[in-house]
Write a protein that binds this ligand. Structure first.
Ligand code: UDP
Length: 309
C-alpha cells in the first residue's frame, strides 16, 4: 500500500507513520509543521519507504504516482490553538479537506478523515453515539475547530455521495501518549509537565467536567480496523471509562509520585461539561476494544515526558 498521511508529523500522524512503515507500506508524510514537528518523524528520514513533504494542504496538492489510501490528519487540535490559530484551523478543515478529497478523486484512493468528538460540542446526550448531531456554538471560541470538522465531515460525505469516493470518518475522543507537545496546553501534557516540575496542577473550573482518555496505540489500531472495513458512516474511537478532570489530576500526581497540589483556574468558555464515547459501533462493526488501561498508558506517557522535557 502507498499511503499519504496529511499532518503526518503531528502527534497522532507520526504514530500512523510508524505503524504503516512497520506494516511495510510506503508512507508519504505531508505536514506544514505549524503544530507538527519534524522531530516526530526524524528517525524515518532515509528510510526507503518514507518521504516527507513540507507542505500546507490548504493549497492545491500534487503527489507523484499512485495512492491507495489518504489519511487526512492535518489540523491544529489543542484548545489553546483555537484562539491562536482560528483562521488556520478553519482553512485546513475547509479548504484543506476539499484539496485532499480532490486528490483522492484523481488518484482513486480511499480516504479517511480524522474527525473529533468536538462535533458533538457541549453534548446534551450522554454518552455520545454517532447519530447524535451535537450542540455546538458556531461563534464561540471552540467553534473554529468544531465547525471546521463538521464542515469536513459534510464535504467528505458529499464526495462519497457525488463522486463515489470510498471514505471513512473517525471521530476521535481525547487521546494521549508519547510525542504530545509538552507545551500543547491540553489537560494531560499540562498535568504531567506540572507534576514532573513540582508545580501546581492547573485544573480549570471546579474539575467536575468529565472526559475519557484513550491511549494512542489503541486509536491507531481502531483506525486501521476502520480502514479495512467498508463503513462510510462516522465511527467513535475513544475510551469508555469516564473520569473528572480533578480525578485525572489526582491520578497523575499519584503516578508521578509528585508533591504537586491542585490549583483551580477559571473554566474556558464553552468547555464541554461531559464527554464519553458510546463505542458500540466500533465494537460491533470493527471488533475494536481499547487494550491499554489509563494507568498503563499514563505510565508510558509520563516516562516519555520525563525524558523529553
Ligand atoms: N483542563 C484543565 N487544566 C488544564 C488543561 C485543561 O483542567 O491545564 C481541562 C479543560 O478545561 C477540559 C479538560 O481539561 O475540561 C480537557 O481539556 P483538553 O484541553 O485536554 O481537551 P478538550 O477535551 O477540552 O478538547
Amino acid at each position: 500500500m502507498r499511503i499519504l498521511i496529511t499532518g503526518g508529523a503531528g502527534f497522532i500522524g507520526s504514530h500512523l507513520c510508524d505503524y504503516f512503515l512497520e506494516k511495510n507500506c510506503e508512507v508519504i508524510c505531508m505536514d506544514n509543521l505549524l503544530t507538527g514537528r519534524a522531530d516526530n518523524v526524524a528517525r524515518h528520514f532515509g528510510h526507503p519507504k518514507f518521504s516527507f513533504v513540507h507542505y500546507d494542504v490548504t493549497n492545491y496538492i500534487h503527489v507523484d504516482g499512485p495512492l491507495d489510501f489518504i489519511l487526512h490528519f492535518a489540523s491544529p487540535a489543542s484548545p489553546p490553538d483555537f484562539e491562536r490559530l482560528g483562521i488556520r484551523i478553519l482553512k485546513v478543515g475547509a479548504l484543506g479537506t476539499h484539496k485532499v478529497l480532490g486528490l483522492a478523486r484523481v488518484k482513486q484512493a480511499k480516504y479517511l478523515l480524522a474527525s473529533t468528538s468536538e462535533v458533538y460540542g457541549d453534548p446534551q446526550v450522554h454518552p455520545q453515539h454517532e447519530d447524535y448531531w451535537g450542540n455546538v456554538n458556531p461563534i464561540g471560541i471552540r467553534g473554529v475547530y468544531d465547525e471546521a470538522k463538521r464542515f469536513a465531515e459534510s464535504m467528505t460525505m458529499a464526495y462519497h455521495r457525488l463522486h463515489g469516493i470510498d471514505t471513512r470518518i473517525v471521530r476521535i475522543f481525547n487521546t494521549y501518549g508519547e510525542r504530545m507537545r509538552l507545551d500543547d496546553g491540553r489537560a494531560i501534557p499540562n498535568f504531567i509537565s506540572q507534576a514532573l516540575a513540582g508545580e501546581d496542577l492547573t485544573v480549570y473550573g471546579d474539575g467536575s467536567q468529565t472526559r475519557s482518555i484513550g491511549y494512542v496505540a489503541d486509536l491507531v489500531d481502531g483506525i486501521h480496523r476502520l480502514m479495512q472495513s467498508s463503513l462510510n458512516v462516522p465511527v467513535n474511537i475513544g475510551n469508555p471509562v469516564e473520569l473528572t478532570m480533578k480525578e485525572l489530576a489526582e491520578k497523575i500526581i499519584a503516578l508521578t509520585g509528585s508533591k504537586s497540589r491542585i490549583a483551580f483556574r477559571p473554566l474556558p468558555a464553552d468547555d464541554p461539561k461531559q464527554r464519553l464515547p458510546d463505542i458500540s459501533r466500533a465494537r460491533r462493526e470493527l471488533g475494536w476494544e481499547p487494550q491499554v488501561s489509563a494507568e498503563e498508558g499514563l505510565k508510558r506517557t509520563i516516562a516519555w515526558f520525563a525524558k523529553a522535557r
